[in-house]
Design a protein around this ligand. Sequence first.
Ligand SMILES: Nc1ncnc2c1ncn2[C@@H]1O[C@H](COP(=O)(O)OP(=O)(O)OP(=O)(O)O)[C@@H](O)[C@H]1O
Ligand SMILES: [Mg+2]
Length: 347
Amino acid sequence: MAYLQVDGAIKRYGATTALNGVSFAVGKGEFFTLLGPSGCGKTTLLRSIAGFSQLSEGRIDLDGVDLLSVPPHKRDIGMVFQDYAIFPHLTVAENIAFGLKARKVPASAIRERVTEALATVRLTALAERLPAALSGGQQQRIGIARAMVVKPRLLLMDEPLSNLDAKLRLDLRDEIRAIQRTIGIAAIYVTHDQEEALAISDRICVMDGGKVEQIGTPQQIYGQPATRFVASFVGTMNLLPPSAFGLPSSAGVAHWAVRPERLRLAEADAPPQSAFSLTGSVEHFTYLGREAHLTVSAQGQRLVAQIAAPPPDLSIEAGREIRLALDLRDLHGFDAEGRRVTVAPAT
Ligand SMILES: Nc1ncnc2c1ncn2[C@@H]1O[C@H](COP(=O)(O)OP(=O)(O)OP(=O)(O)O)[C@@H](O)[C@H]1O
Ligand SMILES: [Mg+2]
């Protein structure tokens, strides 16, 4: 049963169509991520749900009630922004208490809930500090605590980690997920970082040009991309013309695609019956310890291969001819419109 239901959302700004018929449903307690390139409509969608922006067409229901007829301040939705948007003149604790005061929650209850929220985001020791004396990660924890402390019905997060350095991003990403699970709140999370989306989400909605390309679990999005766009946007994908390398001909396939980690060095194994192999010349070889990367040029195509757990002495000089093997089950087919083609190639 859907908790949040978005149906046929359209948003026009003059000649620009920021949202072009977006529909999806989010379950209670679900962590749902909007993933897509810059300008695909992610923020527009969040703002429409929060009520900061009005849809041109479409419908949004929360817990069975038409949300668009509820004024923004009564929607009971928490929002975390990219730039923290915290008050510089208020202490950490005062920032977190702000929404509760505005809602006229009694002082004793405010103290209790702020104490609890401070502990959840691990800021108890910094409660009396001003935000300027905090790191970016700590400031964003205030943003998260402040959004959660009012116990909203839905938590919206718009690229909350994008101003943080790589290490902090990873830490806070895991924390956000843990907090969301603990309090059991439905969350919509926006990112254009595909790895972050895979790591944090129950389900991902991949968007492009104001439209939904695919909705699915991280495994479905990565393992069975519904469109060529999803295949290339999430992770790396080698795209091959249908005629290349004697790949099986299949009606309607305009492109074959294969993940770099699904290509193997053919010399290193005895290929089973189902394996295809392609010969090419090595352009680059990079040894990274737990994996090695190969760029191979073959029949005018450039392929990337990723070899997991390479032998410690593996070294391949540029210009060498090598053979890469792949299994047919690892081939994805896409038609001329970029839609996935289900193929059952003969082995
Ligand atoms: N107030 C506005 N007036 C006119 N056009 C707008 C307005 N807000 C957004 N747009 C346009 O709508 C489209 C979607 O914008 P949106 O901010 O939702 O993208 P986004 O997916 O959040 O991108 P980013 O990853 O860069 O934040 C863009 O083409 C943008 O230029
Ligand atoms: Mg945005």
